[in-house]
Ligand binder design. Structure first.
Ligand code: NDP
Length: 452
């Protein structure tokens, strides 16, 4: 049997067993599959990891907490949602990862996100373990009071499992500045202590400058590092961005600042195509639309007289750079083929697992640059880590200081990916690089702890 056949057999056996133990969790299977494909040869070459069954242990969360969240809506009707916290792995630091509020949230989604978070947090060079949580609650269309009551009800249960040395939640889809304010406000009351247990906080109550911008900015810095290796830059390039939430908005802002022309943005109803580029007053208008008014992307097209394409994703629009920044599995094989055909040279994942396994294969076979989310979007959690440091020291760094640290971290993550993903071509395998680099630190800590 050839070496690659042997590796494939091991991957297949491992995945069959994982699927049997975790039935009906397709997103979790997908995330583990992607990691296992690139890690298995490395694990087979290193007896110490194989013998200690580190991969088996790393795919089993430390614990999963599930609870009921009961709250009253504005019509005095009782509503019932489900809340979760997946504490995946704390080998290198307290659990850290966001909370997602979206009707599509399931245990499978949170396990995939928690699993990815372990590798991502390890890559940041900061001492953070991985976790994720959230609820199937949909904040869309709810009043501020309803969102507040829901957040308070969720925290009444969640607070007993978290803490600044134990587990530090943050935002994700559907959990922005408003929700973090309500969640932290309730946590503070219940604990009767002011500790940095949640990140993404408002600036007046322990938040860090640049935290809101960090994921989007960080993804752009990562793309800049990739392009620089090819002697290229962002200036003058056309970019397609999906989403118009926290990650997308600040990716758009930084891309425009660096001289790229961002021609698309989207939400779950469709995308807008603005060939002139989203920048300056147009960007500020979009930010206000999404962050303050919670409006729909269609309104941008109405306001600025450009095209709105209902129910579609933006990947058919010609671009040199693509930044999927909305949600998982928003780039499939067909989308990937369209991007490559239309001249895309780099795909940088702002979202978590936006490209499915077929799409990743298309990018890699075409030899274009592909940055997986666990490396490219790590800037958000990195600045969350910096927020924790500032809280612990009771100081606040300047915008410039946090941004400098963010840029430094993104460069280090990029270089770590190259350490393990260099393949002699000008398109290093960033997937392999990120998976191996993220794995080693956690695996070595687990080895040191013995059979735990
Ligand atoms: P937001 O809730 O701020 O924005 C999400 C955006 O994606 C919105 O435009 C939303 O449109 C769109 N979207 C969400 N679900 C779907 C869907 N099923 N189909 C199409 N569009 C959808 O979330 P964030 O910007 O914080 O997160 C975006 C991605 O980035 C997620 O994958 C998240 O896990 C990842 N991420 C976020 C980090 C952060 O710091 N916030 C850190 C690292 C990764 P609509 O408003 O219509 O729902």
């Amino acid at each position: 049997m050839s070496n690659s056949d042997l590796v494939q057999k091991e991957v297949d056996t491992f995945m069959a067993s994982l699927k049997e133990r975790n039935p009906g969790e397709p997103e979790f299977h997908q995330a583990v599959h992607e990691v296992t494909e690139s890690l298995m040869p490395f694990v087979l070459e290193h007896e110490k990891y194989r013998k200690a069954r580190i991969l088996e242990r790393m795919t089993e969360p430390d614990r999963i907490l599930t609870f009921r969240v009961t709250w009253e809506d504005d019509n005095k009707e009782i509503q019932v949602n489900r809340g979760w916290r997946v504490q995946f792995n704390n080998a290198i630091g307290p659990y850290k990862g966001g909370l997602r509020f979206h009707p599509t949230v399931t245990l499978s989604v949170l396990k995939f996100l928690g699993f990815e978070q372990v590798f991502k947090n390890s890559l940041t060079t900061l001492p953070m373990g991985g976790g994720k949580g959230g609820s199937n609650f949909d904040p869309k269309g709810k009043s501020d009071s309803e969102v507040m009551r829901f957040c308070q009800a969720l925290m009444v249960e969640l607070y007993r499992y978290i803490g600044s040395d134990r587990d530090i939640p943050a935002g994700d889809i559907g959990v922005g500045a408003r929700e973090i304010g309500y969640l932290f406000g309730q946590y503070r009351r219940l604990e009767n202590r002011f500790t940095g247990t949640i990140t993404g906080k408002g600036l007046s109550f322990g938040g860090s400058l640049i935290r809101a911008e960090a994921t989007g900015f960080g993804a752009v810095y990562f793309a800049e590092n990739m392009l620089a290796k090819r002697g290229e830059g962002l200036d003058g390039k056309t970019a397609a961005v999906s989403g118009s939430g926290n990650v997308a908005l600040y990716a758009i802002q930084k891309l425009a600042e660096k001289g790229a022309r961002v021609v698309t943005a989207s939400d779950s109803s469709g995308f807008i195509h603005d060939p002139e580029g989203i920048r300056d007053e147009k960007f500020e208008w979009l930010r206000e639309l999404k962050e303050q008014r919670r409006g729909r992307i269609r309104e941008y097209a109405e306001k600025f007289g450009c095209e709105f394409v209902e129910g579609q994703r933006p990947w058919g629009v010609p671009c040199e750079l693509a930044f999927p920044c909305a949600t998982q599995n928003e780039v499939n094989r067909q989308n990937a083929e369209d991007l490559v055909k239309n001249g895309c040279i780099a795909v940088t994942e702002g979202a978590n697992m936006p490209s499915d396994l077929d799409a990743i294969r298309v990018f890699q076979e075409a030899g274009i640059l592909f940055a997986p989310g666990k490396a490219a979007n790590a800037g958000g959690v990195a600045v969350s880590g910096l927020e924790q440091s500032q809280n612990a020291m009771r100081i606040s760094w300047t915008r410039e200081e946090v941004d400098r640290r963010l840029q430094d971290i993104m460069r280090k993550i990029h270089d770590r990916c190259i350490d393990f993903g260099a393949n002699g071509s000008d398109a290093p395998n960033y997937v392999k690089g990120a998976n191996i680099a993220g794995f080693i630190k956690v695996a070595d800590a687990m080895l040191a702890y013995g059979a735990v």
